[in-house]
Design a binder for this molecule. Structure first.
Ligand SMILES: Nc1ncnc2c1ncn2[C@@H]1O[C@H](COP(=O)(O)OP(=O)(O)OP(=O)(O)O)[C@@H](O)[C@H]1O
Length: 745
């Protein structure tokens, strides 16, 4: 190749041949038949979604290639809107529009002729004039056509910056026709506004656009990115020094000396979204939402505690009535242990009570006794839990209504505002006493939402097990409340005899003390040694599909849950699911199936919802079975899952695009299993899981099982796990704010 780059030229033509196309980056070599020169042009460059036979306009510069001769190096390409009926037909039937096949295309063009595209774009309701096209289909076609023409310039631009088509599509979805303006203005906006775009991607875009490395927009974005990442790891704030150090790694040391100033500016701005808390020696930097949630939660807790003190002084608190306790004990058929009595007394005397304890220490029994005591005073407590599964278990163990916290707080779509909690200080909850189970799963933001909606005079009981994995969201609310030393805490520690007969319970407590579990030849807790990944995989399959079901008289899909420390690897969730699906629900002509993104979903599969969907009312962690799949037209596939609610299964239908919300659930991560219980748990623990091998992870996994635990793996991996405490302490200041060391606003 040689010579100076020539001037930019524009060539219009029809794609005759695509000699090379890289799916990843859109790099394409294509031959165009041109009108202008009545000849052929070889165009080379990024042309995402180029289709054979379509008409395109390309802009670029000529370059002579030593071997291939003269080529047009493409800077820009766009689709030429087809104008003749023939061209339109060709375009529509090319497969470029999702859900539109050749037959329908023909029908459309026959009816609307050269105006077809115009009609589709601006008067899609007219498509209903044609037989066989319903409302849904008409909308789908219109959407597809609009997308083809609008999205292409954004796609082109982003792909030339090395951004994947999937992310480009998200950008387009968010900003539509303004996408390019947004990108050129401040690409860092995408980090906050488009899910899936992180600082690195936006930074890459910004560098391509020639934004300077020291631009304040860049440094701000880096700081906020670090804070958001920290929140994903559970921290409510970061010490300033730590924040600056992490941000420096992102922006490079050449410009990092400006970070402290930029942080200061950010904190000064009303809408900067960052708060620097100076109440402690090392300043703590918060994303504003977390700061207010923490400070206001602490204030609310202090008010509760002040109320408690006042009541105590006025001797308003109701004393424990011995006769009533005797009645309750008779009803439950057991004498309450001293700590359990203490808990029952506390709920009558205090405004805030925490009950913690491991499995079998009598938490549920205590809650039941509390409810009985309250009911005798004419109070019906409100019950709730952070997950659907936990709420369901609460209903089962108390025989009373229990909702998820989100449900209780009426989290829903509010016109023009998006998803929000309808219950707050202006529209508080109704009730005198609130009892929340699985409180270790409540994160700081949710806790605040709950506290702000809690009526001023209410009493609150939080029940949970602080040794389990901490909340998925940022914070360590339950521990912080306990550590503040201001709140009444009843620590249940004795394992009741009935529970102690179970090795599951006994071993859970051993693991929690850093000891290896005891195993016996019979009982409800087994350990099978196997350290080789492939063999281990085979062993898990054999246990699930063949050995355990007759032993347990259980259904392999419904009653056995494989829990895994991590997603990836031979003994990771993904691989296990694929194998378990093959063994437990193999392909069959009777069962419809669907291929999607490297996985298969089949009628009969056990699946899990992986995020909260408030419109469908299915929540992260809900598990169900695929009961129907209509996949005749791949693009319009619909899949129905039956979620077992109470007695009745609830049927939820997913469109193709929504399927990313569900995952196979023969195996799930221990993290996802929090708040759930299963008859039988199989838990692989091997060195490959090393990064995840922590005591609280094994403890949480084991305590999910009601009837049987089978650990499979190596003793040495297990012993690493039980000996490693989760060393990283989450950064929060809730406890200090409650105890009054730091007050804040
Ligand atoms: N005061 C008591 N006297 C005798 N047995 C008791 C007492 N309290 C609880 N138990 C028994 O101990 C076992 C465990 O109690 P419970 O289910 O209340 O514990 P838990 O902490 O809720 O356990 P898990 O977290 O495993 O559900 C049950 O069989 C229960 O009947």
């Amino acid at each position: 190749m040689g010579g100076f780059p020539s001037e930019e030229v524009t060539v219009e033509g029809k794609v005759k041949k695509i000699s090379f196309h890289n799916e990843e980056n859109g790099y394409t070599v294509a031959t165009l038949r041109t009108e202008q020169k009545k000849g052929e042009v070889v165009a080379v460059g990024t042309m995402v979604g180029l289709q054979l036979n379509e008409s395109v306009r390309v802009q670029g510069r000529w370059k002579r290639h030593e071997k291939f001769g003269l080529q047009l190096m493409v800077d820009r390409f766009e689709r030429v809107v087809p104008v003749t009926a023939d061209a339109i037909l060709q375009f529509l039937s090319s497969g470029a529009i999702k859900g539109l096949g050749a037959k329908t295309a023909e029908k459309l063009v026959q009816h609307f002729g050269a105006a077809t595209l115009q009609v589709i774009e601006s008067e899609p309701e007219r498509l209903l004039e044609l037989e066989g096209i319903g409302q849904k289909k008409a909308e789908g076609i219109a959407k597809g056509v609009r997308e083809q023409f609008g999205v292409q310039s954004v796609m082109l631009y982003l792909s030339s910056c090395g951004i994947s088509a999937r992310i480009a599509a998200k950008v387009y979805k968010r900003y539509g026709a303004e996408s390019l303006d947004v990108l050129r203005g401040n690409p860092y906006r995408l980090v906050e506004e488009v899910h899936g775009i992180g600082f690195k991607t936006a930074d890459q875009l910004a560098m391509q656009l020639g934004l300077p490395a020291e631009s304040p927009a860049r440094l701000r974005a880096a700081l906020k990115h670090v804070l958001r990442q920290a929140a994903d790891e559970g921290h409510v704030y970061l010490p300033r020094r730590e924040l600056i150090a992490h941000a420096e790694q992102l922006v490079g040391s050449a410009v990092s000396q400006r970070l402290p100033d930029v942080l200061l500016e950010l904190a000064k701005e009303r809408l900067g979204g960052v708060v620097v808390d100076l109440s402690s020696e090392e300043p703590g930097v918060y994303l504003a939402g977390f700061y207010f949630a923490e400070v206001k939660s602490a204030a609310r807790i202090r008010t509760l505690l002040a109320g408690e003190e006042q009541e105590a002084q006025q001797e308003k608190a109701r004393p424990l009535d011995e006769a009533m306790i005797a009645e309750i004990e008779a009803e439950q058929g057991m004498a309450l242990a001293p700590l359990q009595r203490e808990a029952v007394a506390a709920v009558l005397q205090k405004r805030l009570v925490i009950i913690t304890g491991g499995p079998g220490t009598g938490k549920t029994t205590t809650v039941r006794a509390m409810i009985a005591a309250l009911e005798r005073q004419g109070i019906t407590p409100i019950l709730a839990a952070p997950t659907g599964r936990a709420a369901k278990r609460m209903r089962e163990s108390t025989g009373m209504a229990a909702k998820t916290l989100h449900r209780l707080l009426e989290y829903a779509l509010v016109e023009g505002e998006g998803m929000r909690f309808s219950r707050d200080e202006e529209n508080p909850l109704q009730g005198e006493v609130f009892i929340i189970d699985e409180a270790s799963m409540i994160d700081q933001l949710l806790f605040f939402q709950f506290l702000r909606a809690l009526p001023a005079e209410a009493r609150l009981v939080l029940c949970g097990d602080i040794d389990q994995l901490p909340s998925v969201g940022a914070g360590r609310v339950l521990q912080d409340l306990i550590e503040s030393e201001r709140v009444t805490v009843v620590r249940l520690q004795t394992i009741f005899r009935q529970a102690e007969e179970s090795l599951i319970v006994k071993n859970a407590h051993r693991i929690n003390r850093g000891l290896l579990p005891e195993v016996a030849k019979e009982g409800d807790f087994f350990f099978l040694e196997e350290g080789r990944p492939e063999e281990l995989l085979a062993l898990v399959l054999d246990l699930t599909a063949r050995r355990l079901p007759p032993f347990l008289q259980a259904d392999p899909i419904e009653d056995i849950q494989v829990l895994v420390p991590m997603r990836r690897g031979t003994v990771g969730v993904d691989r296990l699911n694929e194998s378990l699906q093959g063994a437990l629900n193999p392909p069959s002509p009777q069962k419809a199936e669907l291929q999607q993104g490297g996985r298969v979903l089949r009628v009969g599969d056990k699946v899990m919802q992986t995020k909260n969907n408030y419109t469908k009312e299915v929540f992260n962690g809900d598990v169900g079975r695929v009961v129907a799949l209509d996949a005749e037209e791949a693009e319009e596939a619909e899949l129905t899952v039956a979620f077992q609610d109470e007695q009745e299964p609830r049927l939820i239908t997913y469109q193709l695009a929504e399927l990313e919300e569900i995952a196979l659930a023969y195996a799930v991560t221990v993290h996802k299993s929090q708040g759930s219980e299963y008859p039988c748990v199989i838990l692989p623990v091997v060195h490959q899981h090393r990064v995840m091998l922590k005591r609280n992870l094994i403890y949480t996994g084991v305590t999910r099982a009601k009837r049987l635990v089978v650990l499979v793996g190596t003793k040495s991996a297990l012993s690493i796990a039980v000996r490693s405490q989760d060393g990283q302490r989450r950064h929060t200041r809730l406890s200090a704010r409650i105890s009054g060391e730091e007050i804040g606003e």
